[in-house]
Structure formats: structure tokens, C-alpha cells
Design a protein around this ligand. Structure first.
Ligand code: ZN
Length: 407
């Protein structure tokens, strides 16, 4: 697009999403406001814009109080937890065997140990590509042993991210940090009180799709998610990637050579809500030459990581070579984001994040600390510029290596 000045554009996007709108979990009004902003920006970039909507509960918690043996401790309501005010005895469980041998009726279960090393997958999550069978089995037994409430103990020093985010899990529940959890486990047998004020309304989620429809050749798909966990402004995760995507759309404008571009803003990646799966279902990626996903870029004093999946030989080297002139990029594999829906189908896929991104979860990502002052906007611009370079390069080779490897 001519006359587009990139100065301040990334800041404008970050400010709108991570400051003015803030936490924008799937189904919430804030999520809808972010979607409107993104749709407007895509339109400004000359795209045809499609809202792909799906029902999704709008849940929020206004208070979570946990008292153990008379002492108030910090706990965060698990996403979609129903409200409760329960006083009962604490019973700690950490394995399926524990559950088989313990009666949890009228008790508060404290779930800790290896089993809480990662979040429990919600029931409605598509298990084709990722599944933790031991956790699924544990969850099933936990539900059937019928506790009044559940406290999940994190492996992090913060209760964020919470360990259960499942609208089908109807037992009131909350997450505590690792050190707090230790204290709760030590109080097994004592009485605890859990009070959660929460409300669930009907809501909707949406993927926002921006298109430049070209001459029918294979398209290039660039995606980023715009939703967040509850209670986090989500600057790094992922206003940053969304800003890079929107900047890229402006930088590229309508492709003069007839190439088709598809920009996808996912509305439910962090909410585990199956927005990605619905996108794939409605728009199967049959004629996609390459996918680029951007999730969590631009952290100050950190390098940007590029991961390559199902790419033709030599592509990674060429990209890393191009990256040298754009900023500090390193090649690093990383799986946990929207790109996981594409490369298993054999589509060449690149994913951008911050080096060591999984170590940032619970410290920056998914916490209230994830604010725009942690970001170096220049790094976000560099990512958009590098992705533009890559797309122009792919354009040049679309009739050769990429299209051949796709047949
Ligand atoms: Zn993310």
C-alpha cells in the first residue's frame, strides 16, 4: 500500500489490544472488541474480511477466596469454574491409584504432583494431534469420585496459568502456586473454605479472516491468535504477533502478481476453544503453499526464534540468511501454537516466537505481567519485514520447488 507510514503502527496496535482492550479471552466482550479492531485494520489493508463465528461461553470470575486452616491464601478460579461457597476437609491426590482408593464425597480434592505438570486438556479439545492419556484418565476418575471442589497445584511460582480451562468441567475449582500448594498439601485433613464468584453467559468467538483473492494459484497463509487467558493484558502473547500480522498486511498490500493471501486472526488459541479446528473444517488448506504463524515476538533483549516444519530442503538456510539483515533471529523448534494444524498435513510451515518461549509461561506469558513495556516494537517490525521478504522469495519460487513438493 502506497503512503502507508509504518512509524507508530505497531505501537498503535499494541496499545489498542493490550492496554485499551486488555484481557480478551474467547467469548468475552473484550475478545469481540479486539476482533472488530482487527477486522477494521484488515479492511484498511485492502482485504476482503470474513467473520467466522462460533458459540463460546462468556465466563468471568470476580472473586476467588481460599482459606486453609483459618489462613487466607492466594488462589485463582479455574477458567469456566461455576461459583461456589464450600467448606470441607482437604484430601490430597496425585495419581489414578490415589483416586481409586479415596472417597472424595463431601471433600475438597487437592490435585498435585506430576499430574499437574501441564494444563489438563479440555474435553472438547481435538485430540488428533495432541493428547495426554494419563491426564485424561486421571480427570475421568476425579470427576467420578465426586469431590465438592478441586484445588489444582501449579508447578510455577504463580497460580497463572490455571490448570483447568474446561467448560465441561462442572466441579468448582481453583489453582494455587507451587509454594502455596505445598502449604495446602501439608494441611491435608484440615478444613478449607473455597468461595468463587463467577458467572457464565452465552457468548461467541470468531476467527477473523482477511483475504486478497488472486488468480487462483496456491495461497500463502499468515496467522496469529488475538485472544488471551483471563486476567492478562497479553502484550507479548499475542498482541505482538497480531501487530506483526497487521503490519505485514499493510506492507504487502494487494499483491500485484495475482498471488492469493490469507490472513487469519484466531480468536481462541489460548482459551483452548476449538476455533482453529473450525477454521480448518470450513476452509480446508488444500491450496496453501506455505503457512507462517506469529505468536509471542518482540520481547526486549531476547532473540526472535524461527521454527521450520515440512519445509523444502534449503528453505531454512535461505530464510536464516535473509534474517541476518533484519535483526536478531535464531532457528529454534517450537510446537505449541496454531501452526500445529498445518505442518502435520505436509504444508511447509514457519513459526515465529521468542527464544525460550516455553520458559516465559507463568513468568510473562499468561500472567498479569505481560504488558507492552516488555516489548521492543522494533523487533516486531523486523519480524513483519522478514515475513514480507520470505513471502516475496516464496513468490519467486512458487512455480518450482514449493509447488513440486506440495503435489
Ligand atoms: Zn500465544
Amino acid at each position: 500500500m502506497v503512503n502507508f507510514n509504518l512509524d507508530g503502527y505497531v505501537e498503535h496496535c499494541l496499545n489498542r489490544m493490550a492496554v485499551e482492550i486488555g484481557a480478551r479471552p474467547a467469548g468475552s466482550r473484550a475478545n469481540r472488541a479486539a476482533a472488530s479492531f482487527i477486522a477494521g485494520e484488515m479492511k484498511q489493508a485492502g482485504c476482503q474480511v470474513i467473520w467466522q463465528e462460533y458459540p463460546c461461553p462468556d465466563w468471568r470470575a470476580t472473586a476467588c477466596e481460599l482459606t486453609v486452616a483459618g489462613q487466607k491464601i492466594v488462589a485463582v478460579a479455574n477458567t469456566y469454574s461455576p461459583p461456589c461457597d464450600i467448606e470441607a476437609e482437604l484430601v490430597s491426590v496425585s495419581t489414578a491409584e490415589d483416586l481409586a482408593n479415596t472417597d472424595l464425597t463431601n471433600k475438597i480434592a487437592v490435585v498435585h504432583g506430576e499430574i499437574t505438570g501441564s494444563s489438563f486438556l479440555p474435553k472438547n479439545f481435538d485430540r488428533n494431534y495432541y493428547v495426554v492419556e494419563s491426564q485424561d484418565r486421571f480427570m475421568e476418575l476425579l470427576v467420578s469420585s465426586n469431590p465438592m471442589a478441586v484445588i489444582t497445584v501449579s508447578h510455577y511460582d504463580s497460580p497463572y496459568p490455571v490448570l483447568v480451562e474446561d467448560s465441561d468441567f462442572t466441579i468448582p475449582s481453583a489453582t494455587v502456586s507451587k509454594p502455596t500448594g505445598l502449604m495446602v498439601v501439608q494441611n491435608t485433613g484440615a478444613t478449607a473454605r473455597l468461595k468463587i464468584d463467577s458467572a457464565t453467559e452465552k457468548g461467541a468467538g470468531a476467527n477473523i479472516i482477511g483475504r486478497h483473492i488472486g488468480n487462483g494459484g496456491p495461497k500463502i497463509l499468515v496467522c496469529a491468535h488475538y485472544d488471551t487467558k483471563p486476567d492478562t493484558p497479553g502484550a507479548l502473547d499475542n498482541a505482538s504477533g497480531m501487530a506483526a500480522l497487521l503490519l505485514l498486511a499493510r506492507l504487502l498490500g494487494r499483491p500485484a502478481n495475482g498471488r492469493s493471501m490469507e490472513y487469519v486472526a484466531y480468536g481462541g488459541e489460548d482459551s483452548w476453544w476449538p476455533g482453529d479446528a473450525l477454521y480448518i473444517e470450513e476452509y480446508p488448506p488444500d491450496n496453501v503453499a506455505a503457512v507462517v504463524n506469529i505468536d509471542g515476538v518482540g520481547l526486549k533483549e531476547a532473540k526472535t526464534a524461527v521454527a521450520f516444519f515440512a519445509c523444502p530442503e534449503g528453505l531454512a538456510d535461505r530464510v536464516m540468511d535473509m534474517a541476518k539483515s533484519r535483526g536478531e533471529f535464531v532457528a529454534e523448534q517450537w510446537y505449541a501454537s496454531d501452526h500445529g494444524f498445518f505442518w502435520p498435513r505436509g504444508i511447509p510451515t514457519l513459526a515465529f516466537t521468542t527464544t525460550g518461549c516455553m520458559d516465559l509461561v507463568g513468568k510473562v506469558a499468561h500472567t498479569e505481567n505481560d504488558t507492552p513495556d516488555l516489548l521492543d516494537n522494533r523487533r516486531i517490525e523486523q519480524t513483519a519485514q522478514l515475513v514480507r521478504d520470505i513471502i516475496l522469495m516464496l513468490d519467486a519460487s512458487l512455480n518450482t520447488s514449493i509447488s513440486k513438493s506440495n503435489k
